[in-house]
Design a protein around this ligand. Structure first.
Ligand SMILES: NC(=O)c1ccc[n+]([C@@H]2O[C@H](COP(=O)([O-])OP(=O)(O)OC[C@H]3O[C@@H](n4cnc5c(N)ncnc54)[C@H](OP(=O)(O)O)[C@@H]3O)[C@@H](O)[C@H]2O)c1
Length: 315
């Protein structure tokens, strides 16, 4: 039985492996896409209780599928839902907006799509240019007082923006990119998180699947993938070589490298939970297994020697 964890100083108690729900969508037989509701239910049946979504994931589609699935199966109370807002559609274009009125309306819209009367964790997805950060978070603090949200998060804020946002101590959780290819959050943010008891939820843990060990030199890369820095040479070959070294740990832990990578993140205080994006039931179930792995200090040091803390992708 996997022990659930508390997110920082909030009341939210979650399985350490959540579901990153940006790949949750309608079934599509042409692309073999599984219905997102089935992926969610497979996770819940196996202990998962933490779903991370956002308005921008399918412009409401991910939230809608989550809401429908939880409602139909009467599971709302069992699940901790995190969602995010800040993206505004203006004449078909997406802009960022943190104005208190806009965020308040976004929360109402998310509540409606999620078919619930409370959101467990609501993040400002990205900072905008104009709104003072403490005013934006102040709007969420009022929604928390009203019981519409239970905890407050920010995502993609710089440390300076975070400090401004947290001037009244309202920020409970921060979500930012953190993976073996970019561990800069440790230096930039971790001391502040510890000081303020802020929980950290890393996103992009597999760097699009590359750190899940599913690629080799023969893998066909789409044109879209080739645009991403981690798939460009000589970086791509370098990462594959490093992944081959990490895979020597698979035998010892009797599991795939994707679980060892997730277990490594979970071993870093103040990471309480991770939210790998699962596209299908198989990935969802594989990822849950990571919560059962305790890496010993020697193997953590080995991982750090393969992907040093100062490893950076050339973006
Ligand atoms: N706050 C933000 O701005 C922000 C930004 C990005 C993401 N996020 C959040 O973080 C979550 C995770 O990020 P992400 O989905 O972009 O990236 P990710 O978790 O690094 O990668 C997800 C991809 O990894 C592969 N994968 C997952 N489980 C696997 C397994 N067991 N075995 C092999 N491959 C596996 C899949 O690749 P294939 O698709 O190729 O099968 C999947 O699409 C998102 O769902 C979202 O909730 C937040």
């Amino acid at each position: 039985m996997v022990e659930k964890v508390r997110l920082g100083r909030t009341d939210l108690i979650v399985h350490p492996i959540g579901l990153g729900a940006n790949k949750i969508s309608a079934a599509d037989p042409d692309t073999h896409t599984e219905y997102g509701g089935d992926v969610i239910l497979a996770g819940i049946e196996n202990g998962m209780n933490f779903i991370d979504t956002a308005f921008i994931y399918g412009r409401g589609e991910s939230e809608t599928i989550i809401g429908k699935t939880l409602k139909e199966n009467q599971l709302r109370k069992e699940i901790v839902i995190a969602t995010k807002g800040a993206h505004q559609e203006v004449n078909g274009e997406i802009q960022l907006n943190n104005h208190p009125d806009f965020l308040t309306q976004q929360v109402e819209d998310s509540l409606s799509r999620l078919q619930t009367d409370y959101i467990d964790l609501y993040y400002i997805h990205f900072p905008d240019e104009d709104t003072p950060k403490a005013e934006a978070v102040g709007a969420l603090a009022r929604l928390k007082e009203q019981g519409k949200i239970r905890a407050i998060g920010v995502s993609n804020f710089s440390l300076e923006q975070l400090k401004e946002a947290n001037v009244d101590g309202h920020v409970d959780v921060v979500q930012d990119e953190y993976n073996l290819l970019n561990q800069s959050a440790e230096e930039n943010f971790f001391p502040y998180f510890k000081e303020k008891e802020i929980s950290f939820i890393p996103y992009f843990p597999f760097a699009s699947g590359l750190l899940a060990g599913k690629y080799d030199q023969d893998t066909h890369l789409s044109d879209r993938q080739k645009q991403r820095p981690q798939f460009q040479e000589p970086t791509y070959s370098d990462i594959l070589n490093r992944m081959d070294k990490l895979k020597t740990l698979e035998k010892k832990y009797d599991t795939g490298i994707q679980n060892i990578v997730l277990a490594y993140y979970l071993s870093q205080e103040p990471v309480n939970a991770v939210i790998p994006g699962a596209r299908n039931r198989q990935q969802m179930l594989e990822n849950l297994h990571a919560a059962t792995i305790q890496l010993d200090s020697e193997d953590r040091a080995f991982i750090e020697s393969v992907f040093p803390k100062d490893y950076r992708l050339n973006k």
